[in-house]
Design a protein. Structure first.
Length: 230
């Protein structure tokens, strides 16, 4: 099953980490939405999604050199808990963009190495896509730019993580999905690494926003607590 992410001019993008990112101009938001739409669509051409038979709240997404296993756990208070395991099946290191940005760390809204708060992007009414991605440099560039942070996942390695999200744009959605950005790790485009709990976390070039591949789950029906096939 391939997951596609649509959208149009009416889509809304929630502020990162509870309005923690620098303010963006309307032109900057438009540029970000124009970036997201073709990238998300293109990513689905190279990914494969598999529904697991034993647990309708679990799914697997795979692409060349990478496999992602995801479990969604909706909670009574409207929050969504996401657990995932990423496995590098290729022969080159991967940059994984789920660690937020440097601005959030410097302003102490995030601890280095912690999972960042994903962006929430409205699709159709009642549908929200959560995004852990490298983002382009805002224009005009802020004094302290939100430099993407990426962890390095070596060939053959696996890593597990989880996060809980409740900062919905409006009411909790009927359907939700999540996308994770990954790309071949390039030391010429990453810098100032820090080791946190045995994991390398690097600052990354903003250009990764154009080069990353997105691994996206299918839509998840919150009320039925299951991923939707088809």
């Amino acid at each position: 099953m391939n997951a596609t992410i649509g959208g149009g001019p009416g889509d809304r993008l929630a502020p990162h980490a509870t309005a923690r990112s620098p303010a963006r101009t309307p032109a900057a938001w438009l540029a970000l939405l124009l970036f997201c739409a073709p990238l998300l669509h293109a990513a689905t051409d190279e990914t494969r999604t598999t529904m697991t038979s034993d647990d309708s709240a679990r799914t697997e997404v795979s692409a060349a050199g990478v496999e992602l296993q995801v479990t969604f756990e909706p909670r009574d208070d409207g929050a969504l808990h996401v657990r995932y395991r990423l496995h590098n099946t290729g022969d080159v290191p991967l940059a994984v963009f789920d660690r937020g940005d440097r601005h959030a760390v410097l302003t102490k809204r995030q601890v280095t190495g912690a999972i960042g708060v994903p962006f929430a992007r409205a699709n159709e009414p009642g549908q929200v896509t959560l995004l852990h991605v490298a983002q382009a440099l805002p224009q005009p560039a802020p004094t302290v730019p939100p430099t993407p942070l990426a962890r390095r996942l070596n060939p053959g390695a696996s890593d597990e993580a989880d996060f809980t999200f409740s900062q919905w744009l409006d009411d909790p959605p009927r359907q939700v999905r999540w996308c994770l950005g990954v790309a071949p790790f390039d030391e010429a485009r990453t810098f100032l690494p820090e080791t946190v709990d045995g994991r390398e976390v690097w600052q990354a070039d903003f250009a990764y926003a154009d080069d990353q591949q997105l691994l996206c789950t299918p839509w998840f029906d919150v009320a039925a607590k299951r991923f939707i096939e088809g």
